[in-house]
Ligand binder design. Structure first.
Ligand code: E4P
Length: 214
């Protein structure tokens, strides 16, 4: 399973990139607002650092505006993937961009049928939001299993990009199901390395090292 970092914070991205833990980056307007910098500048900085897909999100709901934003982002760097919201107009955008060799990521996706539409339109990635489903008392991971089954049934090539990840169990479950990608916040990437027995084990080895005659 590939790891993307879900962030627009260049320091977080650089930290994970240097550890060799990430294969790409996803951004969205909320993350860019949190970073407090111009979206284009954020994308340029990420592209200068990370060798892998970088999702940039379009906001327009009409096709003309959506495509204008998409072409603008696509010109920033060859690794930019265009995030398109899950709407019927969005599917027209996906089809057009796919026909021109521009990669897309269908976002704000919450059902298996929406994922089926994304695949049929030719999306490179589909982003089901597991955490937001959990928030409304639906089991987000059930959706990932459903999409995996449907895509495998028909050999769809669209990659399942598990989004809205909130904790390490989401990452483990996504990997067990066979999701293609998990986009993970910085805080959760750091949590993945933690185990109390690791801390205890390291401490014991350091203490025992001090007992060895030097
Ligand atoms: C996906 O690409 C989105 O950026 C993100 O995962 C949404 O997560 P949230 O529900 O934590 O905002």
């Amino acid at each position: 399973m590939k790891f993307f970092i879900d962030s627009a914070d260049i320091k977080e991205i650089q930290d994970c990139w240097e550890m060799g833990l990430i294969d790409g980056v996803t951004t969205n307007p909320s993350l860019a607002a949190k970073a407090g910098r111009k979206y284009d500048d954020i994308l340029k900085d990420i592209a200068g650092l990370v060798e892998g897909p970088i999702s940039a999100e379009t906001i327009s709901l009409d096709l003309e505006g959506m495509l204008k934003e998409a072409y603008h982002f696509a010109k920033i760097h060859k690794n930019i993937v265009i995030k398109i919201p899950m709407t019927l107009t969005g599917m027209k955008g996906v089809k057009k961009l796919a026909s021109e060799g521009i990669k897309t990521n269908v976002t704000v996706t919450f059902s298996a049928n929406q994922a089926l539409l994304a695949a049929k339109a030719g999306a490179t990635y589909v982003s089901p939001f597991v955490g937001r489903l959990d928030d409304i008392s639906e089991v987000g991971m059930d959706l990932i299993q459903d999409i995996r089954t449907i895509y495998d049934n028909y050999d769809f090539k669209t990659q399942i990009l598990v989004a809205s990840i909130r904790h390490p169990i989401h990452v483990r479950d996504a990997a067990l199901i066979g999701a293609d990608v998990a986009t993970i916040p910085y805080s959760v990437i750091k949590q993945l390395a933690q185990h109390p027995l690791t801390d205890i084990g390291i401490e014991k080895f350091i203490k025992d090292w001090e007992k060895i005659p030097k």
